[in-house]
Design a protein around this ligand. Sequence first.
Ligand code: LMR
Length: 333
Amino acid sequence: MRKLILTGIAAAVFIAPGAAMAQAPIVIKFSHVVATDTPKGKGAIRFKELAEKYTNGKVTIEVYPNSSLYKDKEEIEALQLGSVQMLAPSTAKFAPLGINEFEALDLPWLFKDEAAYAMAMKGPIGKWLFQKLEAKGITGLAYWDNGFHMASANRPLSMPADFQGLKVRISGSKIADRYLRDLGSIPQIMAFSEVYQALQTGVVDGCENTPSNYLTQKFYEVQKDITVSYHAHLQYAVIVNSKFWSGLPSDIRQQLDKAMDEATDYTNSIAVKENEDALAEIKKSGKTTLHYLTDDQRKAWQDAMRPTYTWAKGRVGQEVLDLIGRELDVKMN
Ligand code: LMR
């Protein structure tokens, strides 16, 4: 009997590994915090389709949207530990990695439009920032766009005085913390998955985000007034664990790079329209009131937030500010 079992095990050991190795795909877990029906959510699905196609099924991409696998902070830790292989966090969330320079991208009214943003990230700024990640064992593959932030509360936010004493949820950037303090509010860092409930129960009074996130997370249902201020930009860095990435067979990595390039073009090509459509849908719902800043009101916000630019030096360092100033031809202090 014992002999029989041992023979059985030997046969299993002999057959199983070869058979399994020929079949078993490389699994890439791609975790993110937003809904599938958003630019990032759609980009992740597009990447999955292309990656599986170009690698002929040798790679399987498992996409986990809506914080279903990890919340904001946990996902970055999980990437470093290798429990997940790919993420696309907003660049406002890199401070826990000990990299503050990305937060320079959160400066208010930094990008005058989407074209300026796209130009910056495709050029030296985007590359310089990605180099910073390498020391942390993380490789940056692409930047994905999600447009500009609006701001909301249960009262109209037209002038800086309207922010006085408001508890406002932010995603993590100290630059956002600073400009919201400049306006007189009290910012609070909170995981994305907790925002709806916090708004609903009054744990916070307001928040900032893009139309696609307001719509898909239903923030607009629990905020009476949204100001379409577009005061800061929301972008993502698609990142992988460097050890995992460099350990992939080079032909597979090339196919994945191609899939990522195409998924990036796709995501960035739909971001503006997705957000316009989301805003139209929010408006149509009648559940909130949209406000638009007059030129004078915008100028009042900009003046009130301007001290953030001077303050930023101590947080993100002069080098990245100089680089951005040069590339975008904007005054940084
Ligand atoms: C947020 O936390 O507000 C955003 O970063 C969520 C996202 O990924 O768009």
